[in-house]
Design a protein around this ligand. Sequence first.
Ligand code: PQQ
Length: 250
Amino acid sequence: MAFEKRLRAIGAARYHDKHPFHQMLHGGGCSMTQVRAWVINRYYYQSRIPMKDAAFLSRCEDPQLRRIWRSRIEDHDGGISEGGGIRRWLKLAEAVGLDPDFVASTHGVLAGTRFAVDAYVHFVREKPLLEAVASSLTELFAPAIHENRIAGLLKHYAFADDSALSYFRQRLNEAPQDVRFGLAFVLDHADTLEKQDAAAAALTFKTDVLWSQLDTLHSAYVAPARIPPGGWDGREGVTGALDENPLRGA
Ligand code: PQQ
C-alpha cells in the first residue's frame, strides 16, 4: 500500500542508524568516554518513554486502546522487584563502568538531549492520537539497529556480554508487537490524504528527535556537528557569491 511505503521510506532516508555516531559506536570506533556519554544521554530517552506513554494513555478514551498501550509502560518500568527496560539500561551503565545512581540522576545529560526528548513527550501530550501513534513508528526500524548494535558491541568492546546487552535483546521481543499494533492503527485511521500527511510529518518529526540526540552527542564528544538529512546543505537558497570566509579582510 502506497501510504505504508511512504512511511517506510521516511525511515529508510532518515532513521538514526545512518548517523555517524551510531556507525562509530557499532563499528568499534568509540572511546570509553564516548560510549559512556551515549549511555548517560540515552538514559534520558529511556526514562521519558514511559512518561510519554503515560501522557498518551491519559488522553485515550477507548479502554481497548489503553489496555493495549499500557504494556509499553510495563515493558520499561516492569514490576517492583524485577524492574524492566530502565533497570536493564542501568545494567549496561554498570557494565561500561558508570555508577547507575549517577546515570539515573540525569545530571550528565546534555541540554540538547533534554530538548529533543522533551519535545517528543510534549508532542505526544498535545497532538491528535493518530499523530502520537505515528510518532512511535520509528520502532519499525529499531529491531535492525538493535541486532546491529548487539553484534557490533559484542565484536568490538570488552564490556559487552549478554547481561550488559540484555536491554537490546529484550526489545527484540517487545518491539514487534508494539509496531504491529501501531502500524495497523495508523494505516486504519489515516483515511484521508490530510491525515496521511500529518502522520508522515509526525514520523519525520520523530526521526528528527532521534537524530538530534546523536548530533548533540557527536558535537559534544566527537567533532563539530554534521548536517542532518533534510538540513540545509550549505548551497540551497544561496543568492550571492560572497567569499566563504566571513572575516573582513581575511
Ligand atoms: N522508541 C519508542 C517509542 O517511540 O515509543 C520506544 C523505544 C523506541 C524503545 O524502547 C527503544 O528501545 C528504542 N530503541 C531505539 C534504538 O535503540 O535505536 C530506537 C527507538 C525508536 O526508534 O524510537 C526506540
